[in-house]
Design a protein around this ligand. Structure first.
Ligand code: DGY
Length: 336
C-alpha cells in the first residue's frame, strides 16, 4: 500500500541534521532552518541516531545506516539526502513506507570517479605504488631495464561491469588509451552509445574470461553483492587487473586476496572495501595491489556539487518543490 509523502508543516523553524562537515556552509544556505552539524569530521552513527529524533531532514553519508529502526526514531523526518550516488546504506522501501523522500547525488561525481578508476588502472598496471616506495625508501639504484615491468593498455581489452554514467565515462577515457571495450550490464546501452564508445555487450563470464582489465561500476544490490567471488576470479585471465571504485561488497575480499597472493591474478586497484575503514589484512600485503581510502569523488568540484545537491533536496522538500534527484520517485511523481 502506498503512503503519501510527509510534508513539512511550516509555522516553525525546520531542524536539519547534517552527518558531517561539508565543503559548503549549510546553515547559510538554509537560513530558515536550525542546522545541527559537526564543526569537522563525521558524526558517529550513535550521534546521528540521537540527533534525528526531532529532525525534519537529514543529510547523511554512505557509512550512515538509515534503516527502519533509524526512521522509526524520527517521526517528523521528511527527507533523507544521502551525500553519495550509491544508496545501499539506506533502506529505501522502509523510507517509502513511511512517506520519507530519499535523494542522492547522481551525475556530479561521474567525472571524478571515472578519473579515479582510470588512475587506479594506470597505477596498478604500471606499478606506481611499488616504484614510489622503492624510491622513497632509498632502494632505487638507478635505471634497470628489468625493473618494475608493467602492462601496456593500448590494444588490450577493458571489461566494464555496469555501464551507467560512470562506466560510460570510464569507457570514454579508455578509448583515448587505445583500449577495446566490453561491458556487462542487465540492459543493453542504446546503439548510438555503443557505437560512440566502441563498446560491445557480453555476458559477465565472457567478459571476465576475455578482459585484460576489469573495472566495476555497478551499484551494490542483492544481485551484485559478492558478484566477484572465487569462481568469478578464477574465470579471469592470470595477468588481468581488477579495479573497484563501486562498493567493496561487490567483491569477496578474502577470495581476491587469496587469488593475488597465489599469483592467479595480475593485480588489483581498490578504492572501496567491505567494512570501511577496515581493510582485509591479506589485501594489505597482496602483490601488485593499489589501495586507496574511498576517494573516488574526492575533488573540490564534485564534493561541493554533491553537498549542494543535498541542500537543494532538503530546501525543495521544505518549500514543497520536488527534488530532482529522488531515489523513491513513486512518493512524488514528476508533473506530466
Ligand atoms: C558515492 O557517491 O556513492 C561514492 O562512493 C562516494 O562519493
Amino acid at each position: 500500500m502506498s503512503v503519501p509523502r510527509r510534508r513539512f508543516p511550516g509555522a516553525r523553524r525546520a531542524r536539519v541534521v547534517v552527518g558531517s562537515a561539508l565543503p559548503i556552509d549549510v546553515a547559510e544556505r538554509l537560513p530558515a532552518c536550525d542546522v545541527v552539524a559537526p564543526a569537522s569530521g563525521v558524526m558517529a552513527q550513535h550521534a546521528l541516531d540521537a540527533a534525528v529524533a526531532d529532525a525534519d531532514a537529514v543529510i547523511c553519508l554512505l557509512q550512515h545506516r538509515i534503516d527502519d529502526a533509524f526512521l522509526a526514531r524520527a517521526p517528523h523526518l521528511g527527507v533523507v539526502a544521502n551525500n553519495a550516488v550509491g544508496h545501499d546504506n539506506v533502506d529505501v522501501p522502509a523510507a517509502s513506507a513511511r512517506g520519507v523522500l530519499v535523494a542522492n547525488t547522481p551525475e556530479v561525481l561521474t567525472d571524478a570517479t571515472a578519473d579515479l578508476a582510470f588512475a587506479l588502472l594506470l597505477a596498478t598496471a604500471r606499478r606506481l605504488g611499488e616504484g614510489e616506495a622503492l624510491l622513497r625508501q632509498g632502494r632505487w639504484h638507478g635505471f634497470d631495464p628489468a625493473e618494475l615491468l608493467g602492462a601496456e593498455l593500448s590494444g588490450r581489452r577493458l571489461g566494464l561491469v555496469g555501464f551507467g554514467r560512470i562506466g560510460r565515462a570510464v569507457a570514454a577515457r579508455a578509448r583515448g588509451f587505445g583500449l577495446r571495450i566490453l561491458y556487462a550490464a542487465p540492459h543493453p546501452a542504446p546503439a548510438a552509445v555503443e557505437a560512440e564508445l566502441g563498446a560491445t555487450r557480453v555476458e559477465l563470464p565472457a567478459l571476465l574470461a576475455s578482459s585484460d582489465f576489469v573495472s566495476l561500476h555497478c551499484a551494490l544490490t542483492p544481485a551484485t553483492r559478492g558478484l566477484i567471488d572465487a569462481a568469478a576470479l578464477a574465470r579471469m585471465r592470470p595477468h588481468a587487473i581488477l579495479i573497484n571504485t563501486a562498493r567493496g561488497a561487490v567483491v569477496d575480499e578474502a577470495a581476491l586476496a587469496a587469488a593475488l597472493h597465489a599469483g592467479q591474478l595480475g593485480g588489483a586497484g581498490l578504492d572501496v572495501f567491505v567494512d570501511e575503514p577496515r581493510v582485509t589484512p591479506a589485501l594489505l600485503t597482496a602483490p601488485r595491489t593499489t589501495l586507496l581510502p574511498h576517494i573516488g569523488s574526492a575533488t573540490v568540484a564534485a564534493r561541493t556539487r554533491m553537498a549542494e545537491l543535498c541542500v537543494a533536496a532538503v530546501a525543495g522538500w521544505l518549500e514543497d518543490r520536488r527534488p530532482t534527484n529522488l531515489v523513491n520517485p513513486e512518493l512524488w511523481p514528476p508533473a506530466t
